[in-house]
Design a binder for this molecule. Structure first.
Ligand code: SF4
Length: 644
């Protein structure tokens, strides 16, 4: 094996599947094509994608954009690149970069500048223009030389630049001009205003860029969420009252906006609806109408600007700590309204929904981009080549289609779809589907909850080590956990909706230290997706039910949109089924992180063994259907002991 390793590959041998993936990446990069790859955990994706991409970039004066949304992935990419550099003794430049706000030494964590990009952006722009930011004014060749020479984690780069008194973001982008690899967030290419600025600053065109999208299953939602916002009626009311005695003009305008919300609530109530579609032009038109009639007549855009100007006057200092709490809350509310109204005007196709509860409590308006390909397709079409990869990019065809990477939309590039098998020994993973249990809406109730809890308790008895149970929602977690026997509940470590990141980290530590702990968490939550579990930490995973979204107007609108784009069958699969299955696969995948891990996965819903759900699983997902999951657990752990 050793002799046919690529020159840059830093490890002694190449794993099964890894060579195939590396070869596909090489071909995609050399051919200027697009590869969408479902590459399960264990293939060693990061090194396998970086080696051929880097080699091509160095030889052909291209820049690799390694895009990831997770800090832990930044770290893995940087460590891998350090290893490549060390072993190959090759000189190349890498810059690790996060958002400008997070890299600004003047916008401390927790400050309002971290929260509102528009406010921070204006602050930074004015500080630069008036040369008031000493970090920006200061130039330091030595600081840049070190960034160019060493491969630094972004935290090290931040500390180093802050110590030298230079702006970390500016320094990173200046070195970015000569970088072979930039490790950064999706937004660096998939947010058009950021991408334009960044590419201009580093002096590159999109055609010079090799795009690597890590955890690419997150990309459609990330793009859609970037162009989305929500405005609650209470935010308008509070902001209006806060300005009542100091700014009568804006107070009056906000009261008019509140009246428009009240009108929408009345229409919804009359038609006995809790949700209804709202046209873009309705809100803009109604606001324009009332703004024209005011003593100081203004346009919709002027109103947005006047809100921003008012909010900025509350700051007046670098951080929020000098501002009284009351002012800060008011400032937040005004900025929320300004950002919402500004983005609402977008001409892109969005779902726009007004929601009001039966009791008319705090109605709200929200919008979200419907089609992520509006943003991603031009990037794929313009970039030199693109690799999308994930352990759950399944089916790869769906992700390619909804992101606009299809041959009928992108000409002159080959679109290659690949699904690789898990390289781990098959006998280390047992997947079982239970008969007779479900969280199907029509079957829910005390009897079903008690049966599910009973089955969980039976399985727990045989599990030797830590385990996790992932529920479709916090409500079902609570309802089913109530039926768990006392001895199981005593071992339970429970994730709650309101928990902050630090509290979740503490839960993780608790689970790590307690080898018999049982994590009760939700599918789609931070434990099932964001958290990287240590190898061999979870010996059993129970996925309770299918996390299908309730049939809200948003879900129906998305399905309808995909139906229009891809036909009736795919519309439902893309808008409804696959997102749920991705959550299941993410949760189920927490147990096996290395080739030595063994884990039993119990899918506790009979629908997993039925059409169409069973067809949504990857090809190497072999499931056994049983009503005796506990017996499977018993023999799985007995076999393990026999092997030890
Ligand atoms: S220029 Fe100044 S305000 Fe702007 S990001 Fe840099 S340090 Fe922060």
């Amino acid at each position: 094996m050793e002799e046919d390793k690529p020159f840059l590959f830093p490890f002694p041998s190449i794993r099964e599947g890894q060579r195939e993936f590396m070869e596909d990446v090489k071909q995609a990069v050399e051919g200027g094509n697009i590869l969408a790859a479902h590459a399960p955990t264990g293939i060693g994706k990061t090194v396998a994608v970086l080696v051929p991409a880097l080699q091509y970039a160095v030889q052909n004066d291209k820049t690799v954009f390694f895009l990831t949304s997770k800090r832990s992935q930044h770290k893995i990419a940087i460590d891998t690149l350090r290893l490549i550099k060390e072993r190959a003794k090759l000189n190349f430049v890498v810059v690790d970069i996060i958002s400008k706000q997070s890299m600004c030494p003047r916008a401390k964590a927790g400050s309002i500048y971290r929260e509102f990009y528009s406010l921070f952006s204006e602050f930074c722009r004015s500080e630069q223009k008036n040369r008031r930011c000493r970090y920006f004014v200061n130039r330091d060749e030595e600081a840049q030389q070190r960034i160019r020479k060493e491969i630094m984690h972004v935290e090290e780069l931040y500390d180093w630049c802050s110590f030298r008194g230079v702006c970390p973001y500016k320094a990173a982008l200046e070195v970015g001009e000569s970088a072979d690899v930039l490790v950064c967030d999706y937004n660096y290419l998939f947010s058009s205003d950021i991408a334009e600025t960044v590419l201009e600053k580093i002096g590159k065109g999109l055609e010079d860029v090799i795009v690597i999208v890590d955890e690419a299953h997150n990309l459609p939602d990330r793009i859609r969420n970037n162009l989305s916002s929500e405005l609650r009626m209470s935010t308008i009311t509070e902001a209006a009252h806060g300005l009542r005695h100091t700014n009568r003009e804006i107070y009056g305008n906000l009261m008019e906006l509140e009246r428009i919300f009240a009108k929408l609530a009345m229409v919804a109530r009359k038609s006995k609806k809790e949700e209804m579609n709202v046209d873009r032009d309705f809100l803009v038109g109604e606001m324009e109408k009332v703004l024209r009639r005011r003593i100081v007549a203004m346009s919709y855009g002027d109103f947005v600007n006047s809100l921003r100007n008012t909010a900025e006057r509350f700051g007046g200092s670098e951080t929020a700590k000098n501002t009284k709490y009351k002012d800060e809350a008011l400032q937040r509310n005004i900025l929320n309204i300004a950002d919402f109204l500004d983005e609402w005007r977008t001409g892109e196709k969005c779902l726009r929904i007004f929601s009001v509860s039966q009791h008319n409590e705090n109605p709200f308006l929200h919008f979200k981009l419907l089609d992520p390909s509006i943003v991603s397709e031009p990037v794929f079409a313009g970039a030199h080549s693109t690799i999308m990869m994930s352990g759950t990019l399944c089916p790869a065809e769906m992700y390619a289609e909804i992101l606009g990477a299809s041959s009928d939309r992108i000409k002159g590039k080959e679109i290659v779809l690949r699904e690789y098998n898990s390289p781990f020994p098959e006998e280390n993973r047992l997947i079982v589907v239970t008969k007779g249990l479900t969280t199907k809406y029509t079957k829910r109730g005390e009897e079903m909850y008690s049966k599910i809890a009973g089955k969980i308790a039976e399985v727990v008895e045989y599990v030797q080590g830590g385990m996790a149970v992932f529920f479709p929602s916090y409500a079902l977690q609570r309802d089913i956990a109530a039926y768990l026997p006392e001895e199981v509940r005593r071992k339970a470590i429970v994730e709650r909706r309101e928990m902050r990141k630090e509290e979740k980290n503490r839960l993780y530590e608790q689970l790590r230290e307690d080898s018999g702990g049982i994590l009760l968490a939700v599918q789609g939550g931070s434990f099932s997706e964001g958290m990287d579990f240590e190898s061999n930490m979870l010996k059993a995973i129970i996925v309770v039910g299918l996390p299908l979204s309730p049939p809200t107007l948003e879900v129906k609108t998305v399905i309808g949109y995909y139906r229009g784009e891809f036909g009736a069958e795919k519309g439902k699969l893309y808008g409804y089924l696959y997102p749920a299955i991705t959550k299941v696969l993410q949760a189920a995948g927490r147990g096996i992180r290395s080739e030595h891990d063994r884990c039993i996965i119990i899918l506790m819903d009979y629908r997993f063994a039925q059409f169409p759900y069973k067809n949504c699983f990857p090809a190497d997902y072999h499931v056994a259907l049983t009503d005796r999951a506990e017996e499977f657990a018993k023999s799985f752990f007995k076999y393990r002991n026999a092997k030890l």
